[in-house]
Design a protein around this ligand. Structure first.
Ligand code: URA
Length: 438
């Protein structure tokens, strides 16, 4: 079929066949489907949607557009997690070694940060020497010896997503559930996993700001991933304020280490524990939540999870001494406290996650464009989060910075993230829902 015939079919709200979708994806990668034809089809999908079957075929065609990894040599259940991204979300750094310490294999391939959200690869690169680029034999060997790895996807994997994503970025076609689902899932499924757990974030710091949007995305991701044969669950978690106390790469690594030492903040540990428990369930190791959470707590308390993280650093060239001496991580040269300016005691009622993320980005912790260079040492440490009582002059948060150029803008942005009232706010559940395949 000619590209224009496939485009016309979607324009006219007809369902595409698996063969037509494969023709589109291979055409994009080989250049027989031009950019303007691909963009026209993408826009037709944005406007007219795709069925679950069409989206699953698109996902599979994209996944097979490059190298797909398989791990027949690995006997442990291979389970990974994907988060739709938030502020202060350092869960992967804790989850991968913790899940490995609990008996799973986690062949994690991760991404970099863009805009107000951070990326796991950037955080790991804050550890002196750590490499996120492993050759395939080393990656496979590492999965057999220490049962987890966190690396970047190589250029030859899922090339269709790279091409389509950059077209979507400049043609106003990002916001489409079938296109988002196929983009996320094609990358995860190419890792050769047995099952997948999704953390779909919801709130002002998330890709999906409304609960309805997060629910729609979670349900679509779960049903499409299931349709490709992978058991999948999504947890919908709140992202109205940053997760944990730190935002910024080295700062987040230090906090992840505290978590692995069993001393993490409650919100971060709640999300991490729930996701690992779900991974243990889908991996068939522990079907009930309570024993799974007991095992997770035990592996944190007895040092096994931290030991697994140390092994990860050793395997990927990172300095394992940071596990005991976080001061070996990059440190910003300057600190400035943001204090509460009110004249009466109050409670923090809001801590707008996106604005905190933007403040950290202004200091250099994140990228405004994909090719920007970031400062791994800088960011924000939050002393007061939603619900905390504050007194006049008390420190709310500390900005860690090297370059003062955007300091005052960052300070203002961080200040604008906070809201106060004399009454404490109602506590909100962090875990909004758990979406399983029907
Ligand atoms: N993340 C992705 O990987 N792809 C999308 O389309 C949106 C978010």
């Amino acid at each position: 079929m000619l590209p224009q015939e496939i485009i016309a079919k979607k324009r006219d709200r007809q369902e595409l066949t698996r063969a037509e979708i494969e023709e589109f994806v291979t055409g994009v990668v080989r250049g027989t489907f031009t950019d303007y034809q691909a963009a026209a089809l993408l826009m037709a999908v944005v406007l007219n949607g795709m069925s679950t079957s069409e989206t699953a075929w698109l996902t599979e065609a994209m996944m097979r557009s490059g190298r797909v990894i398989e791990h027949p040599e690995i006997t442990r259940p291979k389970v990974d997690k994907h988060s739709t991204g938030g502020v202060g979300d350092k869960v992967s750094l804790i989850l991968a070694p913790l899940a490995a310490a609990c008996g799973l294999c986690v062949p994690m391939m991760s991404g970099r940060g863009l805009g107000h959200t951070g990326g796991t690869l950037d955080k790991l690169e804050a550890i002196p020497g750590f490499s996120v680029q492993l050759e395939e034999p080393a990656y496979r060997a590492q999965l057999q010896t220490i049962h987890h790895a966190i690396i970047g996807q190589s250029e030859d994997m899922v090339p269709a997503d790279r091409q389509l994503y950059s077209l979507r970025d400049v043609t106003a076609t990002i916001e489409s559930i079938p296109l988002i689902c196929s983009s996320i899932l094609s990358k995860k499924l190419a890792e050769g996993i047995d099952a997948l757990v999704l953390d779909v974030k919801c709130g002002n710091g998330a890709f999906m700001e409304t609960e309805a949007g997060a629910r729609e995305l979670a349900a679509a991701l779960v049903s499409i991933s299931q349709a490709t044969g992978k058991p999948t669950t999504a947890l919908i978690t709140r992202m109205e304020q940053p997760l944990g106390r730190t935002v910024g790469n080295a700062l987040e690594v230090a906090e992840a280490i505290e978590c692995l030492q069993g001393q993490g903040p409650a919100d971060l540990m709640e999300v991490t524990t729930s996701l690992v428990a779900e991974m243990l369930r889908l991996g068939g190791l522990l079907p009930e939540t309570e024993p799974a959470e007991e095992l997770i707590r035990a592996q944190l308390q007895n040092g096994a999870a931290l030991q697994a993280f140390r092994a990860l650093l050793q395997a990927q060239g990172g300095d394992p001494r940071v596990c005991d001496q976080p001061s070996l991580l990059p440190q910003a040269a300057h600190r400035e406290a943001l204090s509460y300016q009110g004249s009466e005691p109050a409670y923090v009622t809001a801590l707008h996650a996106r604005r905190v993320g933007e403040a950290a980005r202004l200091l250099g912790a994140g990228r405004a464009q994909a090719d920007a260079v970031i400062d791994l040492a800088v960011g924000v440490v939050l002393a007061k989060k939603i619900g905390a009582p504050v007194t006049p002059g008390e420190t709310l948060a500390t900005l860690h910075y090297n370059d003062a150029t955007a300091l005052s803008e960052a300070r203002d942005r961080l200040g604008s993230a906070y809201a106060f009232a004399t009454e404490p706010p109602l506590e909100q559940e962090l875990l909004i829902d758990r979406i399983e395949a029907r």
